[in-house]
Design a protein around this ligand. Structure first.
Ligand SMILES: Cc1cc2nc3c(=O)[nH]c(=O)nc-3n(C[C@H](O)[C@H](O)[C@H](O)COP(=O)(O)OP(=O)(O)OC[C@H]3O[C@@H](n4cnc5c(N)ncnc54)[C@H](O)[C@@H]3O)c2cc1C
Length: 467
């Protein structure tokens, strides 16, 4: 395997040798191609370094072993699920090891009466849903990456998704966690019951902590009923503003979509270009709504009336067309692989500010001479504007940066947040201080220091270092 060849310092050589003594050879790689493949996630890259090695844990005991050896050698550990993160949270750093949880992919228990499942962290979101469906149940949080991303990664980023409009985000679905701490100790947080207030809510603290406080090795989630009826509505509007107004109109009509996605004109055009669809010919902006449950048919009728009154042209879609539209929406993130000339954002604003914010985005794009297209989990006020420029020049990249910064400032000014669901990772560190003051950041550094005094768990992510 050439272990010594790839290791760069004596400590790293000794570290890899110690790992090799505890793990099977197919659980450890120092091969250049493997280290390159596991070095970054799908987020923009500000900085990364190829890891010293990649390790595949197959059990909790493996994770504990790796963490203990890494702690002894002071080697940073980058936990990794499927690597679909888009904030650079899983980018490897200097002298680090990537600890892949992808092989810990067993559904340990699915209890239909209790409506809970216990899973290992590498279980793919879609696989849990397939298993739950056999019992008439579902795991509701469904990031658009659900076919590949892992429950462990979803937990570490507090992932959102399309169905979150009705069912809430990952944190709302997680009841209990098994976590390996920075010294290798295994703890169990939370409870298997839906209710529970015993002790501090450490489960919620670990959810969204991006691998900086502990390695999640087991997850107990709450399942929901698989709806018996699903109705899908595509409503095309003459302006993106009127589509955004539709979100509030549905609220006033007191109907609860399970999915409520918004796509602006440039997004529809881009999808058409890439998929041969004809969405842009049907309107300037699309509100894609889904209603589920026994009242779905009734809710759709109410929604049609409310949205038509705003100038929308509504059509109820049959299941095949509904699936096609939802798939197109899910792939809309995939068409924007982040680079220096294309950056997707993840702000959230109070729903009442949606119309104002989409207008501001259009204006700032024009002012900075960059392009923007917007897709949004509109029911949650969570927007993914993608700013882009045609070519890579010093000036165009600077203009892109200015537009991005202004989009963040504006979201915060409207009472929003810099990240609705993707996490701070590495890329959004520079903006966190705009949202949270130094005292709050310092408190969080204290928490990090308590859990990870040697700073070996995904260092330099999620919370900015002291200035
Ligand atoms: C096409 C596409 C669509 C997407 N759509 C959505 C969406 O709708 N909603 C959404 O929220 N996100 C979305 N994302 C982002 C991404 O899929 C989510 O952040 C997802 O939760 C990451 O899961 P993963 O298994 O790929 O984790 P990774 O990318 O491997 O890791 C993400 C973070 O979690 C940490 N981590 C991973 N596993 C563990 C563990 N077991 N213990 C501790 N820390 C861990 C990593 O260190 C890293 O910081 C999308 C991404 C793509 C590429």
């Amino acid at each position: 395997m050439g272990l010594a060849m790839a290791a760069r310092t004596d400590n790293e050589t000794a570290f890899v040798r110690d790992l090799g003594a505890q793990l099977r050879s197919d659980q450890l790689s120092v091969e250049a191609a493997v280290r390159t493949a596991y070095a970054v996630d799908q987020g923009p890259i500000l900085a990364y370094a190829e890891p010293v090695a990649v390790v595949w844990a197959e059990s909790i005991a493996d994770v504990q072993t790796v963490v203990r050896i890494a702690a002894r050698h002071g080697v940073p550990i980058i936990a990794r699920g499927a690597g679909t993160g888009v904030s650079g949270g899983a980018h490897a750093t200097e002298g680090s090891i990537v600890l892949s949880l992808e092989r810990m992919n067993t559904i340990l228990e699915l209890n239909a009466a209790d409506e809970v499942a216990r899973v290992e962290p590498g279980v793919v979101n879609a696989d849990l849903n397939t298993a739950a469906a056999e019992h008439g149940l579902m795991y509701a949080p469904d990031p658009a990456s659900y076919k590949v991303s892992t429950i462990g990664g979803n937990v570490a980023t507090n992932a959102g998704g399309l169905r979150c409009a009705k069912y809430g985000v990952t944190r709302d679905a997680v009841l209990a966690l098994d976590v390996v701490l920075a010294d290798g100790e295994l703890i169990h947080t939370g409870h298997r019951t839906f209710k529970g207030v015993a002790g501090y809510d450490l489960t919620s603290l670990f959810v969204g902590s991006e691998g900086t406080l502990g390695i999640v090795v087991g997850i107990t989630v709450r399942l929901k009923y698989l709806p018996t009826d699903i109705r899908t509505l595509a409503v095309f509007f003459p302006t993106v503003q009127s589509a955004a107004e539709g979100v509030l109109a549905l609220g006033r009509a007191r109907v609860q979509p399970s999915i409520l996605e918004l796509l602006d004109g440039p997004s529809l055009q881009e999808l058409d270009l890439r998929n041969g669809s004809d969405l842009a010919s049907r309107g300037t902006a699309l509100l894609l709504a889904q209603f589920d449950g026994l009242a779905a048919a009734q809710e759709v009728e109410i929604a049609i009336a409310a949205l038509t009154a705003l100038g929308g042209r509504a059509s109820q879609e049959d299941p095949d067309e509904a699936n096609r539209l939802m798939d197109l929406r899910r792939h809309s993130r995939g068409m924007d692989v982040d680079s220096e000339i294309t950056v997707g954002e993840d702000v959230a604003v109070p729903r009442s500010q949606l119309v104002h914010y989409v207008t501001a985005l259009e204006e700032m794009a024009v002012r900075h001479g960059v392009g923007v297209r917007v897709i949004a989990h509109a029911g949650d006020g969570n927007l993914h504007p993608t700013f882009h420029v045609a070519e890579h020049t010093e000036e165009s990249v600077a203009a892109l940066g200015r537009a991005l910064d202004e989009s963040i400032d504006k979201a915060l000014a409207l009472g929003g947040t810099i990240t609705g669901e993707h996490g701070v990772g590495q890329y959004k560190l520079r903006w966190l201080g705009l949202e949270q003051n130094e005292d709050l950041l310092e408190l969080q550094r204290g928490i990090k220091n308590y859990f990870d005094p040697a700073n070996i768990l995904n260092p330099g992510k999620a919370i900015p270092a002291r200035r």
